[in-house]
Design a protein around this ligand. Structure first.
Ligand code: PLP
Length: 444
């Protein structure tokens, strides 16, 4: 069944609105010209049932779109804290005390909750200090240009779009940007040795949002130190999932969810860690772990601290509650997440389905042999009640087109079992990518 057929009914209002807009705009208008420039994306949005969907209702990790229920394998709430009773119940007392939103700029004043959050995060991460801002995007756009100055940024070739955009802002402020091959310390070393800048900044992801893999942080931190450079790492998907290793760990993700630096037993010398609470901790807040002197300077120099609104009180409350849950039973949640992810990865291995995931972390990309199959595969998953992230062209290169499964601790075992059945069907009906080809683009 074609995805458009599946969408019939619940998308008709949207389609009607689009037709009305098109009819009302005179030919050759700015809107027509602009729409033409983004036609690839417009076609993509039109074709895929799992893009820009309106979710009418949720029930745990089940979602309803129109009259169709699906299991949600696209959520980044890895620990399931969005559905956790302790976290949900934490909100009201804070709202009663603080109202819904502190509309001061943070430079003018912040509720004391921020102090508590920054202190708790500093302790969890084992860092010198932490500065909280609303989102990681705010941090990349404002902090990367400040740290790079007129020096050189060494940017991982597959860095997240928001890191890339932060580097573009830095370029406009006078920095040079040099790209190194994804996850290739030798190439980075080569470029850094040939560069004469006094200020050098290396920008890259921690756990990669597409492949689910993490770089060997020890190598990259060591290169940064050897060159007197700073390693700037975005661990949006690792924070809360992976953490320090030790004899008490319940699984390979490690303990405490304190992120990639601790996971590799590294220190914060020449390393700043950026991560968010909007994935594992289900709250709209992000942070940079850095020396106190840098934090104090960023309060003045980083525009969002003065010019952007703060996070809502509900998110500050759920951050604190989430950090408490993490302390008490985070490791059990991570062990459960590990077990469920392992079931999916074992199924793929048995079926000979290629995935770039070599880490066992809960992001599992499944690339297609023919990028043109993505409509049909997306439609099939949708019909069979699996909601996944479609990685379609032009959002990714044609050889990386496929779909991504994200597992969370809140996905029930029967949902995982159904996913496994559907993956078997997909492997039977469609041609998936060759494992050796996948290893090449994923740095494996
Ligand atoms: C690796 C990575 N960095 C940054 C972001 C953006 O985070 P935020 O929504 O906090 O700006 C995302 C969002 O998905 C991400 O995956």
């Amino acid at each position: 069944m074609a995805p458009n057929t599946l969408l019939k009914g619940f998308s008709s209002d949207k389609a009607r609105a689009q037709r009305v807009t098109a009819a009302a705009s005179p030919r050759g208008s700015w809107l027509d010209r602009w729409l033409e420039t983004v036609s690839d994306l417009a076609r993509l949005k039109e074709r895929h049932p799992m893009l820009d969907a309106v979710i009418d209702e949720i029930d745990g990790r089940r979602i309803r779109i129109g009259d169709h229920w699906l299991y949600d394998f696209a959520s980044c709430n890895y620990l399931g804290l969005d559905l956790d009773d302790t976290v949900i119940q934490s909100v009201l007392p804070y709202l009663e005390k603080w109202g819904t939103h502190p509309s001061w700029s943070r430079l003018l004043g912040s509720p004391v909750i921020y102090e508590e959050i920054e202190a708790k995060l500093t302790k969890l991460l084992g860092a010198e200090d932490v500065l909280a801002l609303p989102t990681i995007t705010h941090i990349h756009m404002s902090v990367i240009p400040i740290l790079a100055g007129s020096g050189t940024i060494f940017l991982d070739g597959r860095a997240h779009k928001t890191i890339y955009d932060g580097c573009q802002v830095a370029r406009h402020h006078g920095a040079k940007v040099k790209k190194f091959r994804h996850d290739d310390p030798d190439h980075l070393q080569e470029l850094m040795s040939a560069d004469g800048s006094k200020t050098k900044l290396i920008c890259m992801d921690g756990v990669n949002s597409m492949t689910g893999n993490a770089p060997d942080l020890r190598q990259f931190a060591s290169i940064a130190r050897d060159h007197g450079a700073l390693l700037y790492i975005d661990d949006a998907h690792g924070f809360g999932v992976i953490g320090e290793r030790g004899s008490g760990e319940l699984c390979d993700y490690g303990m405490r969810g304190n992120g990639i630096v601790k996971h590799f037993g590294e220190s914060y010398e020449n390393v700043v860690l950026v991560a968010g609470l909007s994935k594992s901790f289900s709250s709209l807040l992000a942070f940079i772990a850095c020396p106190t002197q840098l934090k104090d300077m960023l309060k003045i120099a980083a525009p969002p601290y003065l010019y952007s609104g703060p996070s809502p009180i509900a998110s500050l409350a759920t951050t604190l509650a989430g950090l408490e849950v993490n302390e008490v039973r985070g490791d059990q949640l991570r062990a459960d997440l590990h077990r469920k992810t392992n079931t999916v990865l074992t199924c793929l291995e048995k079926l000979g389905i290629a995935t770039p995931n070599r880490s066992g972390f809960p992001i599992v990309e499944i690339p297609l042999a023919d990028h043109q199959d993505v409509d049909e595969v997306g439609g099939y998953l949708f019909k069979r009640g699996i909601y996944a992230t479609l990685a379609a062209y032009p959002l990714v290169p044609k050889n990386e087109v496929g779909f991504r499964i994200q597992v969370t601790a809140a996905n029930k075992d029967d949902q995982i079992a159904h996913l496994v059945t559907v993956l078997e069907e997909v492997a039977d009906k469609f041609t998936l990518q060759n494992p050796s080809k996948v290893a090449r683009w994923s740095g494996g």
